[in-house]
Design a protein around this ligand. Sequence first.
Ligand SMILES: Cc1cc2nc3c(=O)[nH]c(=O)nc-3n(C[C@H](O)[C@H](O)[C@H](O)COP(=O)(O)O)c2cc1C
Length: 210
Amino acid sequence: MELNEVLHKRHMVRSFSGRVPDEWTVRRVLTASRHAPSAGNTRGWRAVCMVGPEQTARFWAATTTAGWRESSRRWPGLSRAPVVVALFCSPAAYLERYSEADKAGSGLGLEGGLEAWPVPYWFLDAGFAALTMLLAAADAGLGACFLGNFRGEDELKRTLEVPQDGWRYVGAVLFGEAGGSDPPSTSLRRTTDVMTHNIYWNRWKTNSCS
Ligand SMILES: Cc1cc2nc3c(=O)[nH]c(=O)nc-3n(C[C@H](O)[C@H](O)[C@H](O)COP(=O)(O)O)c2cc1C
């Protein structure tokens, strides 16, 4: 697929058939993340990949509650995602990298601490990595979505044996063959209005069209 086609085709898929993609395809989506840009080439993120229902059940047990699973209209479709990739980032890795000689002038190293960072690049980098996986999944003809970190960070870290020294859970990329009922997200009601008014030329402009 052409990049432009992938960009236009990609959208969040929240219901999966459950079929596990072949290993080569899974690896192709995962390794796309290695081409993501990274601040200072720090690459202070890690991905823990779970394939198949036995493994992905561990993710769901840590990040959801029985109450949510009973009430969510999304749960049946999401629970069939054959691949779940949990993303973690290390703020400390960025402090260390930006303390190195070629970055020390930035003032973003260990001395300034996390508060010195106007934008937390550790989350940004992990977001770029997630996006490359979403695009690679679309390119492979698969559905994919990103789920934010809304609960269960500590439990997930324990389950996946993530080191306790400062790694943060960012969110998860789910991918696989689309299938089942996938009602459109309520968030999409916003799309038309926002999308036609968010690119300005030369200066900020309210109600401008791109
Ligand atoms: C940082 C971030 C967090 C998100 N978290 C969730 C989430 O927890 N659950 C979900 O269903 N969608 C989540 N989304 C998906 C958005 O709702 C979706 O990208 C948006 O509605 C636009 O739809 P599209 O990606 O299909 O174009 C998230 C997206 C981003 C970028």
